[in-house]
Design a protein around this ligand. Structure first.
Ligand SMILES: CC(C)(COP(=O)(O)OP(=O)(O)OC[C@H]1O[C@@H](n2cnc3c(N)ncnc32)[C@H](O)[C@@H]1OP(=O)(O)O)[C@@H](O)C(=O)NCCC(=O)NCCS
Length: 223
């Protein structure tokens, strides 16, 4: 299998959402927040947000890993590249998020607000690269797509001289640790009030600027 990393396009959005929903549905915490995988007709909120990001937000980079044998997207990453200092009005999230139909809005809002709080307290308006999302379709996991997409963003971060920031699931933690990220905090979410079992932990991780080794197979440069 030959994998390449390319810039994702507006036309890819439904496929990216398929991958996101199915990859996160393995996790019990995510199944509470997103108890059903919404069909294409129920994804208006995500499609609208991601389309706006792809078309109009210069800090966003959506990249996709494509299996060239099947000509199919199997994984993707969503990065924010903040090259300059931002004022509080730019980085402080004040507006509620619109969710796709079928979302457990209360649970999703609690998690989203907690995640935003961590981001804002650790990074504020500081220039940095944030890995906002990294997901691989379950049947293609452990084939190297996640690491390839991560390396793409870290190469960019190193080239720009920027720290990288993320909140890791336990599935992603090893990948990030071996790419140079270090734990700087944790985020615990109690899902019992939503019918789940106990607390779920995410790891707040930061990677300082460094030189990464390894060559990705990219078909063309992504601006
Ligand atoms: C995390 C994720 C993106 C990794 O993608 P992937 O394409 O499988 O990653 P790779 O094949 O490049 O593997 C990278 C490393 O992660 C490890 N890894 C992959 N899946 C793992 C899992 N479920 N648990 C622990 N380690 C895992 C691999 O063993 C590999 O480590 P190694 O090189 O030391 O052997 C993928 O498992 C996923 O989509 N998970 C669900 C969504 C999620 O949790 N995303 C991360 C949010 S922060």
């Amino acid at each position: 299998m030959v994998l390449i990393v390319e810039k994702a396009q507006e036309a890819d959005l439904q496929r990216l959402l398929d991958i996101m929903y199915v990859a996160f549905s393995k996790d019990s915490e995510n199944r509470i927040m997103f108890p059903v995988i919404p069909g294409p007709e129920a994804r208006g909120a995500s499609i609208e947000r991601w389309r706006d990001e792809i078309l109009m937000n210069p800090t966003i980079r959506f990249t996709k890993a494509v299996d060239t044998d099947m000509n199919e997207i199997i994984a993707f990453a969503r990065w924010n590249i903040y090259q300059v200092e931002r004022s509080e009005s730019e980085w402080k999230i004040t507006e509620p998020r619109n969710w796709d139909i079928g979302t457990n809005v209360e649970a999703a809002n609690e998690f989203y607000n907690a995640v935003c709080g961590k981001r804002q307290s650790f990074m504020g308006g500081k220039p940095h690269c944030r890995l906002n999302m990294l997901v691989c379709e379950p049947q293609h996991q452990r084939e190297g797509a996640g690491r390839m997409l991560l390396r793409w963003g870290l190469k960019l971060a190193d080239g720009l001289g920027l720290e990288a920031y993320l909140e890791a699931s336990s599935e992603g933690h090893h990948l990030y640790e071996t790419a140079g990220f270090e734990d700087v905090g944790t985020l615990d979410m109690d899902m019992s009030k939503y019918g789940g079992h106990g607390s779920h932990r995410h790891f707040v991780m930061i990677r300082s600027v460094q030189q990464i080794h390894g060559v990705e197979n990219t078909s063309r440069p992504i601006p």
